[in-house]
Design a protein around this ligand. Sequence first.
Ligand code: NAP
Length: 214
Amino acid sequence: MKIGVLGAGAMTEALAAGWVRAGHDVLIGGRTPAKAEALAGRVGARSGTLRDAAEFGDAVLVAVRREGLADTIAAAGGALAGKPVIDCGNAVDTADFSQVTYRDGASMAEEIARLAPGAHVVKAFNQAHASVWAMTPPAFDGRPLAVPFAGDEEAKPAARTLITALGAEPLDAGDLRQARNLEAMAIVVIRLLFSGHDPHSVFAFTTPNRPTTR
Ligand SMILES: NC(=O)c1ccc[n+]([C@@H]2O[C@H](COP(=O)([O-])OP(=O)(O)OC[C@H]3O[C@@H](n4cnc5c(N)ncnc54)[C@H](OP(=O)(O)O)[C@@H]3O)[C@@H](O)[C@H]2O)c1
């Protein structure tokens, strides 16, 4: 698949590297051309402008900080219309690690849908740190990382392809409205991490007496 990436930071480096390893053709577009070019060189991708990446991709990843979201989508122009657009962002205020929402409590993914009419937006990859996405494959205790995603039906096949390309397991978490919950979940974990807690001790889910199938 041809994958365009908007943003040239830590998430792009981890995800794009995995997709290139899996045989996908990736073009990284950044607001700072030298940064995008250097990153693309490290992971074996192409580089260009934000608009180039939006035009190139059969699917497009948005991987920018919330402060740059509106400018980034504007720079992509109308090129996102009709395409699967995967948003990995977490709209967090780093001053106090509180969640930032958009109109009427909307998520960052819904804000992308508003800013890019016609784009088919899915939220995915926002739940784990970039270092997890850089794992080959992301797996824990011998089990592949489960990756919840939520958004437009039209974009879900592309989201599944991008998740499985990393060796992770896609989990459909619903429609675009559910992106609010995926962002809230991640921001709870980010806040715990930055306040010195171990989120594993909070999210230590167990499955006692799980029925066996054989
Ligand atoms: N890092 C993680 O572990 C992680 C995990 C899950 C989700 N996320 C989310 O994924 C998204 C990308 O994270 P990241 O770690 O890749 O971020 P990052 O390394 O800080 O890179 C952010 C990218 O956003 C661009 N940007 C555009 N306008 C900006 C502005 N006004 N202010 C700051 N940056 C701006 C930067 O441009 P330049 O290239 O010009 O600097 C850069 O390419 C964020 O929404 C983050 O919350 C991150």
